[in-house]
Design a protein around this ligand. Structure first.
Ligand SMILES: Nc1ncnc2c1ncn2[C@@H]1O[C@H](COP(=O)(O)OP(=O)(O)OP(=O)(O)O)[C@@H](O)[C@H]1O
Length: 244
């Protein structure tokens, strides 16, 4: 597995086929630098582990990639998705289905399993009901959940176990057929058995999907990832000169 240090000098070049390119990304709270600078690229079909100490900014980097930084924080540096710059705070609708973040705690709504899997797809994609259903089935299969829920899609999603909920959220994201999937510690709240089923689902995506996985568990990163990007705690309280 390759290791990538994130304070590497910026080349200004994008690896052929990079789905996401991040250059000198910093997250600022006023004049205070919270995160970065971070530089990395995600090759198409790769599974990359995003690692680093608590507070280094792993979750915040994921949020910056989908342009959903917490209120008051701002971004400096470049983020490109499929060669196109992502501009901070522009509410780019295309980005919502191109790069999809699955948060640490599964967000399951009050409706049925089907409603939950369709959420996002229904709002972001114009397709017939049959087409939507096909995409949901495919996504549930890809997330390793179809065999458990395929015959009871109309039952409330709240009846699912935590591991199933996490895979439902994975399916909801996969249904959008995103160019990249960002997984924020997808197994941190799960028992060992549920962790294994979620890991199996993530492992099955390898090679086909582009995945950025935040994990505190080096063994998990070793099991699931082709390479690792490490970020360290921001070492000054000021933005770097290049970013000012
Ligand atoms: N809304 C916010 N306002 C101000 N600071 C924030 C905000 N959100 C996060 N931070 C700060 O940004 C830094 C990075 O936080 P983040 O949660 O991204 O780290 P992390 O590496 O994901 O941590 P962990 O591994 O503990 O989940 C921390 O110093 C955190 O306190």
């Amino acid at each position: 597995m390759d290791d990538v240090t994130t304070d590497a000098t910026t080349t200004g070049k994008t690896v052929d086929g990079a789905v996401i390119a991040v250059r000198d990304l910093q997250i600022l709270d006023g004049a205070k630098r919270l995160v970065g600078p971070v530089t990395f690229e995600l090759a198409a079909g790769s599974t990359t582990g995003l690692c680093g100490p608590s507070g280094a900014g792993k979750s915040t980097v994921l949020r910056a990639l989908v342009d959903l930084l917490p209120h008051g924080l701002r971004r400096q540096g470049e983020v490109e998705v499929l060669g196109r710059p992502v501009r901070h705070g522009k509410g780019d609708a295309d980005l919502r289905s191109t790069v999809v973040l699955v948060p640490q705690t599964p967000v399951v709504f009050g409706g049925s399993i089907l409603d939950n899997a369709l959420f996002g797809l229904r709002h972001l994609v114009r397709a017939s009901r049959a087409e939507l259903h096909d995409r949901v089935e495919q996504a549930l299969r890809e997330a390793g959940l179809w065999n458990e829920v395929g015959d009871r899609l109309d039952t409330p999603a709240q009846t699912l176990s935590n591991g199933q909920r996490q895979r439902l959220c994975l399916a909801r994201a996969l249904a959008l057929e995103p160019a990249a999937l960002l997984l924020d510690e997808p197994t941190s709240a799960l028992d060992e058995r549920s962790r294994d089923t979620v890991e199996e689902s993530v492992a099955a995506l390898r090679g086909g999907r582009t995945v950025l996985l935040v994990s505190h568990d080096p063994a998990q990163v070793e099991r699931l990832c082709d390479r690792t990007v490490r970020i360290d705690l921001a070492n000054t309280c000021e933005p770097s000169a290049a970013a000012v």
